[in-house]
Each structure stands twice: as C-alpha cells, then as structure tokens.
Design a protein around this ligand. Sequence first.
Ligand SMILES: Nc1ncnc2c1ncn2[C@@H]1O[C@H](COP(=O)(O)OP(=O)(O)OP(=O)(O)O)[C@@H](O)[C@H]1O
Ligand SMILES: [Mg+2]
Ligand SMILES: [Zn+2]
Length: 570
Amino acid sequence: MKWTKYFIPTLKEVPSEAEAVSHRLMIRAGLIRKLVSGAYTYLPLGLRVLKKVENIIREEMDKKGALELFLPSLQPVELWHESGRYKALGEDLIKFKDRHNRVMVFGPTHEEVITALARDHIRSYRQLPITLYQIQTKFRDEVRPRFGVIRSREFIMKDAYSFDRDNEGLDESYKKMYEAYEAIFKRCVLKVLAVEADTGVMGGDVSHEFMMLAESGEDLLAHCESCGYAASLSVAEVKGEGLRVKGVSKDKPLKEVDTPGVSTIEKVGELLKVKPGQMVKTLVYVADGKPVAVLIRGDHEANEAKIKKYLKAGTLDMATEDIIKKATGGPLGFSGPVGLKELEIIADNAIKGMVDFVAGANKKDKHFIDVNIDRDFKVKEWRDLRMITDNDKCPKCCKNIKIEHAIEMGHVFKLGLKYSKAMKAEFLDEDGKLKPYVMGCYGIGVNRIIAAAIELSNDKKGIIWPLSIAPFQVIIVPINYEKEDVRTVADELYNSLKDKGIEVLLDDRNESAGVKFNDAELIGIPFAIVIGQRGLKKGVIEIKERATGKVLEVKRYDLSDKILTFLKES
Ligand SMILES: Nc1ncnc2c1ncn2[C@@H]1O[C@H](COP(=O)(O)OP(=O)(O)OP(=O)(O)O)[C@@H](O)[C@H]1O
Ligand SMILES: [Mg+2]
Ligand SMILES: [Zn+2]
C-alpha cells in the first residue's frame, strides 16, 4: 500500500475528552473517528487491525471445533420476555417499534436468539455437543460510554454458545473455550489473568473473566503477586477475621447521643470523634421482597454479590425510606442493630471483635455509643459480606493483596439450564426423554483487544504494535522520495516485499523526513526501512525496530532476506 493512495489522517492533537492513552492514540494514528457518543468509524488502518484480531479469534475457535454462524442483530422483544431478562438489561437494551408496531431490540448479546435457534433445529442428542460462535456487532445503551472503543454503545463481540447433554459435557466445552481464550490473548501479546467472577445478570454457576491490568480499567481486581491469586472484587474472599482476638469491653452502658442532621459515617465520626473503624453501618436490603439488616464495619464496603449469594436471593435491592421506616421505626440514615424486632440481622465477620462501638439508634438525629454485641443485640449469622481491601491478606497464601484496575477482555460462563429451562429448549436424549440443554456462553470484546494492546504497548511517540496484529508489518520510509535513485530503490523494495507476501506500507509522500518518522512511529509499524541518499552511496539501508529503537544497517541486496528473518523471529 502506498501512503498517498491510502487514508491515514494522523493528528497531533486530540479532543480533550479522550482520557485513556489507547483512545488518544487510536484517534491520533488515524485508526478510528467518533460519529456520536459510543459509536466509532474504523478507518482503513484501524480496520486492518480489527480484521487481524478477528482472524486470530476465528482460527483459535475453529481449532476447538466451534462452528461459525451469523445471527441477526434485529431481535423480537418476545425472546427477552421469554428468558426473563427484559428487566435485568433495563435501559441498556435499545428498543424500537417497527412499522407493524412490534417492539424490536438491537441485540446486546445473543443467548436468547441462539437458544431459540437450538430449540427449533437441534432436537436430538446425536447433534450434541455443539459450540456455535459469531463475530457480531452488539448494541448496549451504556450509561457512560468512555475510553473510546473500550466502552462503546456499538461494539464487536465474538460470542460463542455451547450446548451439551449433561454437566460433564459442559465442563469439557467450557475447558475448550477457556483454552482457546488463553491462546487468543497470547497471540495478541496481552497479559491477561483468568479471574473467578460473579455470574450476575447472565445467571449460571461458574464463570471466569479474562482481565488485563490497566490503569484505565473500570473493574477492580484483588490480585496477589506472591501466588498469582486474582479475583474480581465481588467474589474475592476475606479470610481469617473469625480468628481475630476479641477486644475487651469497658463495660460502659449503652448510651444514646444527639447527632442532629448528620447521618453519614464520616460526619457522625467527625462529630463524635470516633474513627469509621469504630462504627457499624446497618444496611437494610430487600431480598426477594423480604427486608433484612446487614451490619458492615464503618470503614468497609458491603459486597452485594456476597450478600445476595448468602441469602440465595433472586433480587437484592436497597430498602426504600418507607420500608426502612416500617422495619426499623426510624428514618433513613439512622438505622442500627439495637432494638430491631422486625428484622433478621446478619453481620460481616469483621464486626465480631468489636466492642464499645457507634451505631444508629433508629431514631431521627440519634446514635448509640458504646454498643456491644450480644448484650445489646443478637446476630443471626456471621459471614464474609464485605469487599476485600488493600489491608486484607490473600485468601490463598496470606501474603499481601493488592487492589488493581483492570479491563475485562473476555468472559466465560457455565450457564447450566438457565436459558434452556426458561425458554423450554429441549432435545430428545438417548433414553427417549426430553431434556433441556446444558449451556455455556463465551464472549470476547474484539475492540477491547485492540485498545488493550495499545494500553499495554506504547510510548510518547505512539503505538508499538505486536507483529501479530500490526496493520502493516513493515513501513518503507524513503527520505526524498522525489529523488530518482531513492525512488527506484524504494519502489523495487516495496514490490519485492509485497511479492514475498509481506504487508508493507510505502510512505511515498512528499514530506520531510521528520514528518515521516513521526507518523511511522505514531502508527506503530514494527519495522521501518529507511532509505536515504547517504546510505545508498554506501550501498546500505537501515532497518529500525519500533519496539526497541534498534537500528541495523543492512546491505541493500540482503534486505529482503533480512526482513524475512526478522518477521519470523519476532
Ligand atoms: N460497552 C462495551 N464496549 C466494548 N466492549 C464491550 C462492552 N461491553 C462488553 N464488552 C466486551 O464484551 C465481552 C463480553 O460481554 P459481557 O456481557 O460479558 O460484558 P460485561 O460483563 O457487560 O462487560 P463490562 O463489565 O465491561 O460491562 C466483555 O468481556 C468485553 O470485552
Ligand atoms: Mg456491561
Ligand atoms: Zn497469594
């Protein structure tokens, strides 16, 4: 490809809204342009990268025997009512009415559509197991589209779905996809951790997220550098608190104090001169319609996934002011465990060792001080119900744990019977009985792979692509292309590399050497071949490696072979 015949609108400046380095570089290098919030055009250079990533994914999926198909983005809303997910997706679901007044959905994901397909066309155990996948555009009206293609409203996902007769089959299918994911991320040169995750809105039993540590990541991970343990915050276990030595109460009586107009932990703490760690929050939740009180230490954060799991609740919401009033007798912001008659109390393990602490009094503008467990209230059950923190220990090896930002690159779920049961999708098994499929689903964000590769590998000059997904492998940078001797060599080299199947970009612009070097480094092509009159007089040409900045002088007629060995080695 010749630069002047191509379309690479590189930029020096970027819109200030671009926070993530990958977002800035994708715009500056002429890979993408924004149309509207959360929707991006892939320009030709960006599209080359996208296709490379898609091909890697396709090859690894095919290796595992998954079959590619292509499902419509346009989906009838009825399927979402059938699966029971219409509500769960909420405002993320983009819906509209067609000319026949039917409500349609732009697919945010395809579990419903694929389950309907299987229900109609995969009827016998003889057709199982089967894993189907597609590379498709998804639509989600995200609350906060940001970081360019990392969180957009229209994005490309590879999504796969497995159908098995039983759980053993699902384990096998899941393992294959897990392995395919490892291979895909390795080929894209991404350092990705497989992390135990909460199954959330997808439902099902087991799930792993493939996460890449990155400052711009919106997810938080608990990560142990000593043993490699990594888990999403919603599932990371807090261990060892049951063992904490109990403090000794000073046997001070329970006392009600005035806290006019202050209800937050911080403000109450300031007023009463106690640290948040010496206070207890009483959170009233409604689990499947039933209110429950959850006690969390003042400096800790409740973990709703853990609470939901412990209560085996289908839905868990914070109680409204009305419900709180009815259940505790007091207003929002002043709830406490003392005197609660209507509510069961469950408490986080960290509270076990606390004595003489502060808690709400279930009265407007009142708190209790010197509250003590058992003497003043009873706890029904002690559990790990909070978020892990930097001060906790690794649940596997007890060394220090770190909370780090990460980007979710992919997700694998064992769905089990969730969709097949809800949508009555059954096959006829060998024993003549109708059974629901045992399903799994597996997603990868294709756009996110591109952005993540840039997050991981860049410098102040621009992108540093790994060879496997670089838009071109080699860029030829002739200095003074208009000079005949330079042009002859550059064209000759360009043609011979192309003939050898190398993806090469020739910068044939009539621009200064500085502009050309800057652009070559900005767009991050792994190898640059620099042709100048000075070198040619000596019969040599320079090869410069983008990643290391190393320059190698090569004899003109050795160049093609040298480049080939470079490409093979890296
Ligand atoms: N808005 C988005 N923009 C770009 N990629 C996305 C977006 N939402 C999800 N993805 C990608 O699709 C993959 C599979 O989708 P899944 O439904 O599991 O994502 P998710 O759990 O909603 O992700 P997130 O927690 O980041 O919103 C994700 O792992 C991610 O790589
Ligand atoms: Mg999401
Ligand atoms: Zn550890």
